[in-house]
Design a binder for this molecule. Structure first.
Ligand code: AHR
Length: 354
């Protein structure tokens, strides 16, 4: 303090006087000298030290990111490509990835979410939600913990203020594309009965693809005469189709909400003596390597692409979120449609990453 720096001698005199007066019990106390006027505070001769500047906000780099990633499970080719995208891209960018396999169990996925909220190393959470509901509490807890949340692949219902952004496909448009292509395949057909194999109940792709398909299929008189979940799997896709065929073979088209369920339907049609993609037109979603092989084999008419290679976009958004940048609530992935009758199909298949 400036004060002690300017008057050390006066302070010493005062201390000396106090010693003489106060600390000699034997001596008759002399009348105390009038105390020196209390030292007045000498105004600082220089401006007070500037306030400490706020520490600059940390600027994150990929190497600083510890991503807690909640994957749905490992239900097929699309998911395998999606998981590989996150693992390979994390290695390329130097990101620490904590990968949680929810085994297609919603309770497990919620528990994994809570683990990442508690994990002091994790600074951003990415999730591919198994279902559109059930997330309010964990999203609120993540916000309270200051951990940004990014939705990958699948959306949820509401709570847009509780996550940074959703990076994934427009599943409704995927369904619309499938409906438009089924209309083309069934053009001129007397009957237009279509069966739908649905993904797991409550999942955004299952809800939205079904919605979109019905919008455009209705425009050409298609009637969805059977619709049932086959949980994205080949086995259940075959079982459900077998059961339907036992009841009736009056079907002109099958819409598999993913490639795997369509593969199961193809097996069931063959075993029932029907020629897939000829007697019964078949359309699926994902455009995995298996779908390209089925089209090259002549058993699948069309596959609508759903891009699983989302990690680069997701990690870029996560880094932006950690650095406080604002992002749109939805960053749609870009996708195409592929056809059995495409003369370039073999070359396209050869160039695919998954
Ligand atoms: O969320 C994308 C969907 O999840 C894919 O279409 C399906 O194959 C996977 O299970």
């Amino acid at each position: 303090m400036k004060f002690t720096k300017v008057l050390p001698g006066l302070v010493m005199v005062l201390i000396l006087l106090a010693t003489m007066v106060g600390c000699s019990p034997a001596a008759t106390p002399e009348p105390a000298e009038p105390a020196a006027p209390a030292a007045t505070k000498v105004p600082a001769t220089e401006a007070p030290a500037a306030e400490e500047p706020e520490p600059a906000a940390k600027v994150y780099a990929y190497e600083d990111m510890v991503v807690g990633f909640l994957q749905t499970g490992s239900e097929g080719g699309w998911r395998a490509a999606n998981s590989a995208s996150f693992k390979e891209t994390a290695t390329q960018l130097g990101i620490t990835l904590k990968f949680y396999d929810s085994q297609n169990d919603l309770a497990k996925q919620v528990a994994g979410f809570q683990q990442f909220i508690q994990d002091p190393e994790v600074n951003v959470i990415v999730m591919s939600p198994l279902e559109v509901t059930g997330w309010e509490q964990v999203l609120k807890d993540a916000k309270a913990a200051g951990k940004p949340v990014i939705l990958s692949d699948r959306r949820i219902d509401g709570f847009e203020d509780l996550y940074v952004t959703f990076i994934g496909a427009d599943f409704v448009e995927e369904g619309r594309k499938a409906g438009r292509e089924m209309c083309k395949l069934l053009e001129g057909s007397e009957s237009k009965n279509v069966w739908e194999l649905v993904g797991n109940v409550g999942a955004a792709p299952a809800i939205d693809r079904g919605k979109g398909f019905r919008e455009t299929a209705a425009e050409c008189g298609i009637v969805v005469t059977n619709s049932q979940t086959a949980n994205w799997s080949v086995v259940e896709g075959k079982q459900v189709t077998e059961a339907w065929l036992k009841a009736s073979k009056d079907v002109q088209g099958i819409f598999g909400q993913n490639d795997e369920m369509a593969f199961g339907a193809i097996e069931a049609l063959k075993e029932a003596g029907l020629v897939p993609a000829v007697d019964v037109k078949i359309i699926s979603v994902d455009a995995t390597a298996g779908a390209f092989q089925a089209m090259l084999d002549g058993t699948l008419n069309v596959t609508v692409e759903c891009n699983p290679l989302l990690a680069p976009q997701v990690y870029e958004a996560a880094l932006a979120a950690l650095n406080g940048e604002s992002l749109p609530k939805w960053i749609p992935s870009q996708e195409s449609v592929f056809f059995m009758d495409d003369p370039s199909l073999k070359d396209i298949a050869a160039g695919r990453q998954y």
